[in-house]
Design a protein around this ligand. Sequence first.
Ligand code: NAD
Ligand code: LMR
Length: 338
Amino acid sequence: MFSRSAIRALAAPSSRLFSSSSARQTKVAVLGAGGGIGQPLSLLLKSDPLVTSLSLYDIRGAPGVAADVSHVDTASEVKGYAADQLDEALEGAKVIVIPAGVPRKPGMTRDDLFNTNASIVRDLAAAVARVSPTACVLVISNPVNSTVPIVAATLEKAGVFDPKRLFGVTTLDVVRAARFLGGVSNANPADTRVTVVGGHSGATIVPLLSQSSYGKTVTGDVYDKLVYRIQYGGDEVVKAKDGAGSATLSMAYAGAKFANTVLRGLNGEKGVVAPTFVKSPLYADQGVDFFSSNVELGPNGVEKIHPIGDLSAEEQKLMEACIPELRKNIEKGKAFVA
Ligand code: NAD
Ligand code: LMR
């Protein structure tokens, strides 16, 4: 039924998604591991050769997910933790990925999740501050534009905030941009990489198509539709799932991909660069002190924040729409903790 090459690819599932330079002992914790993202994300992290120990926590279901994932024949150890075992789950973690919280239903914006997810994320961040204050924290829970400032402010309150170690995961926007540009250009997404900057919701998502060799040839109506699809790709999935949640599988892929990028940086690999939402000076003079752009990752987390480069006239307009909305989202997160 399968060709020999297909069988080889299935037998080595980590080869395409993960890249591994040198192996070091790294414990990764997933908070929200029992959920729609958490389960496939945990599976993919089990396949990452840079993860040596996997700690799965959720208020429900994590021990079951851990028992299941632990049978996969890779070297890492897996442990599941129940609702009252958060501190044990975080003990010794170098990287903590947070997909805990509720997803959208049709008709909702990501900001509509704020009331529920803000306190979930704040409480998890308080535990991180207490137990593993030097870990890298990767925030998936929405609204990312506000939950990242919430985590920052919570860590800051506890006196342990290191801006080099906090990341909002915007990788799904980058994955979508490559995929959708590949579609309109009739090219392999591996060749249609796009830098996506700003934040992670609607108008705050700004794809820099002019900086991509394929992207800069897209114009007119096709350009407008492509930008819209990248900005509102999340809505497509929410609508198609019809009340059963939002993107989980593509998000797990994107989350595992970004975690691998952070791990490669921590392991000392040079030249590891990816867009991510971090504390950033790029638009701080306009009151936007968290911003997603290309970031170089290293042994301490953020090594260097790259400038965004030249923008086309269309991208300048997109940026003008992004900045005020992003500022509002960031302020809302900060105000919640203050
Ligand atoms: P889900 O409801 O399937 O899973 C969420 C999990 O979080 C559940 O298992 C729940 O028990 C757990 N949880 C709730 N409170 C918790 C707590 N205090 N501690 C630990 N675990 C807790 O939802 P999902 O589809 O996995 O989505 C999770 C979040 O990720 C949502 O906020 C969603 O909007 C967001 N998301 C972000 C992106 C992105 O690109 N950053 C993409 C997709 C989804
Ligand atoms: C996404 O982009 O798919 C996620 O942020 C989930 C959502 O609510 O759209």
